[in-house]
Design a binder for this molecule. Structure first.
Ligand SMILES: Cc1cc2nc3c(=O)[nH]c(=O)nc-3n(C[C@H](O)[C@H](O)[C@H](O)COP(=O)(O)OP(=O)(O)OC[C@H]3O[C@@H](n4cnc5c(N)ncnc54)[C@H](O)[C@@H]3O)c2cc1C
Length: 563
């Protein structure tokens, strides 16, 4: 059975578990009614199932190629992208004044989830454009907005983000690309960028690069970084692609997976650029793009996990070893845990998106802090789940999982990068225990209190599950209090296990809600029990690891590590 977009699952979540209703009650998002949601999910689901998913293997077997300096996309990608753009799917949350639908980010997340499951490499193209639209909306001059936003929103042009350089990966502040003012409002941008996703392609008429670079007198580190719009073709007086800019794709990376997405080494050679935002404020502007992308990269992991689960479930029913393998306890365990993980990660991402929308619609600081807190968790846990479920998917297939023709391995290879790009999951975890706790943990404690209150209220209906959720939340609260008294190095040493424990508690919370919504004897309650009884207990081991701090790690010297 081919991939089927999880339309009804998303509807259930938005109805009962992470309700979209409060978002639709705001003036800004009044159009996000139940009917709109239904129409969006159904139509996007059809595009995913019928157009994008059938090309998944093409992207893997026939990667994008560099031919005479131009990137040729995988067979079928150009036509499929055309349908994505034509249907208005590139940017459904784009501002209405520039041709977008102005729908909530939650709807974008739902559509991105389905598209990532259908074809991750192709979906990465609109994902980057979405981030660029948001960055321009918030930081660009009116002139740039008027010129670029309509083309990006319609999908006629695509957007990229150019941060990484050979010496500047996680340490973006080490970047060396330069921007010289030309005296006419433009800048000459020079430098080499690596790993630029969809840095060129034949699917759009223009490729708009947002490039981080330094002005001549800029301060060292991130403070000296500015942001520039550097289009592949400089728009002419009518706003159409004009002369070619001084930039080129030097080469394409040979990757472990995600072959359908061209990953480019870019050379900017005095290319004409326009500053976006203020001098020296490039990182802040880029962060708008990165925050959007971080949540949506988490969603990429979830989409791939869904597709990998569907494939494994089908195989487990067909493959007979003594009996259909789905009848064996260990295979049952894998499938039940895969499904439970996908639900948990999906609801956390949705909760983050709803918080973003509420923050935007109400301007309330509490919503903003909630979204900021959930973003690194949604990114890291969504992609961890993507990797884990895809890996279990290979295992369910046995030897056939290791054979490329089944497609199980492609999910595993494709999704691996999602834990690396947009800030590695280690960097996300450091963000959670660092910047996101600079409010002395207020946003975290508020959320944990809500979870405890709900768990208490659920004690009558689902006593065992509710008690486990309450207990885990209480432990996490105590650990958070303890952690806030520790130094940076100790916090960072425990950041990844802390984030995982937090995600476990959140996942359990949303499973409990789903179980309550459908009643104790429902499939939802049984799935919640799988998560809460089998997976939630991992929080305790994670917190024990987090509490160990840094000392023991550094006690083991580099020489001893090398012995
Ligand atoms: C397929 C692909 C597509 C990409 N697309 C883009 C793109 O479109 N645009 C773009 O600009 N970039 C892109 N990237 C780059 C990506 O964002 C970086 O690879 C990523 O940020 C990590 O940087 P790095 O590879 O230099 O790893 P490094 O920064 O060298 O990290 C190596 C390891 O060290 C850890 N580490 C580094 N610093 C710290 C620290 N301070 N504390 C703790 N741990 C640390 C990391 O977590 C990681 O585990 C892409 C990468 C890939 C592979």
């Amino acid at each position: 059975m081919p991939y089927r977009s999880p339309v009804s699952e998303l509807r259930f979540i938005l109805d009962k578990v992470v309700p979209l209703a409060p978002v639709a009650e705001t003036e800004l998002f009044a159009e996000a009614t139940g009917e709109t949601v239904e129409a969006i999910l159904t139509e996007a689901g059809r595009l995913c199932d019928e157009v994008m998913a059938p090309l998944l293997r093409n992207g893997d077997l026939h990667p994008a190629r560099l031919e005479n300096g131009v990137v040729r996309s995988s067979p079928g990608f150009k036509e499929a992208y055309g349908q994505i753009a034509e249907g208005g799917w590139v940017a459904i949350s784009g501002p209405q004044e520039f041709g977008g639908m102005g729908l909530p980010m939650t709807m974008t997340v739902a559509v991105n989830d389905m598209m990532s499951g259908a074809n991750l490499a192709l979906q990465l193209n609109p994902l980057l454009t979405q981030g660029q639209i948001e960055a321009l909306e918030h930081h660009a001059s009116d002139e740039i907005k008027e010129l670029y936003l309509p083309k990006l929103i319609s999908g006629e042009w695509s957007g990229t983000m150019n941060l990484t350089e050979p010496q500047a990966g996680s340490d973006v502040g080490a970047l060396r690309s330069k921007a010289e003012p030309m005296g006419d409002g433009t800048y000459a941008v020079t430098g080499q960028k690596i790993f630029i996703s969809w840095g060129d392609s034949d699917v759009t008429a223009n490729v708009c690069h947002l490039v981080l670079a330094r002005l001549p007198d800029a301060a060292p580190g991130t403070k000296g970084i500015s942001l520039f719009m550097v289009p592949k073709y400089i728009p002419d007086a009518n706003g159409n692609p004009g002369v070619a800019n001084s930039l080129k794709v030097v080469s394409l990376e040979h990757k472990m997976g995600l072959h359908g997405s061209p990953t480019c080494v870019m050379s900017f050679e005095g290319a004409t650029g326009w500053m976006v935002g203020e001098p020296g404020k490039g990182m802040a502007a880029m962060f708008t793009m990165m925050n959007n992308a971080r949540l949506n990269v988490g969603v990429q992991g979830i989409g791939v996990a869904e597709a990998a689960y569907q494939k494994a479930l089908e195989y487990a029913q067909e493959r007979v070893q003594f009996a259909p393998i789905i009848q064996h306890a260990d295979v049952r365990r894998m499938l039940a845990e895969m499904k439970a993980e996908v639900f948990a990660a999906r609801t956390i991402a949705m909760a983050c998106a709803v918080a973003l929308d509420m923050s935007r619609a109400t301007g309330e600081a509490d919503w903003e802090a909630r979204a900021a807190l959930l973003t690194p968790i949604a990114k890291a846990y969504g992609t961890d789940v993507g990797m884990w479920v895809a890996e279990q998917g290979v295992q369910v297939h046995g030897g056939m999982g290791f054979i490329e023709e089944t497609g199980a391995a492609q999910f595993y290879r494709d999704v691996r990068v999602t834990a690396i790009y947009e800030g590695t999951n280690g960097i996300q975890a450091m963000d959670l225990v660092g910047r996101k706790m600079m409010d002395e943990g207020r946003a975290a404690f508020r959320l944990l209190q809500e979870i405890e209150d709900e768990a208490k209220a659920a004690r009558e209906a689902l006593p065992d599950l509710a008690e486990d959720v309450w207990q885990a939340t209480e432990s996490l609260r105590e650990h958070t209090e303890w952690m806030l008294g520790q130094g940076t190095q100790d916090r960072f040493a425990g950041a990844v296990p802390y984030l995982r424990a937090f995600a476990r508690v959140l996942g359990a919370h949303y499973h409990l809600r789903a179980a309550l919504a459908e009643g104790g004897a429902s499939g939802r309650a049984k799935l919640a029990a799988v998560y809460i009884r089998r997976l939630l207990p991992q929080y305790a081991a994670a917190l024990a690891e987090a509490k160990e701090g840094a000392e023991g790690l550094y006690a083991l010297s580099v020489e001893e590590l090398s012995a």
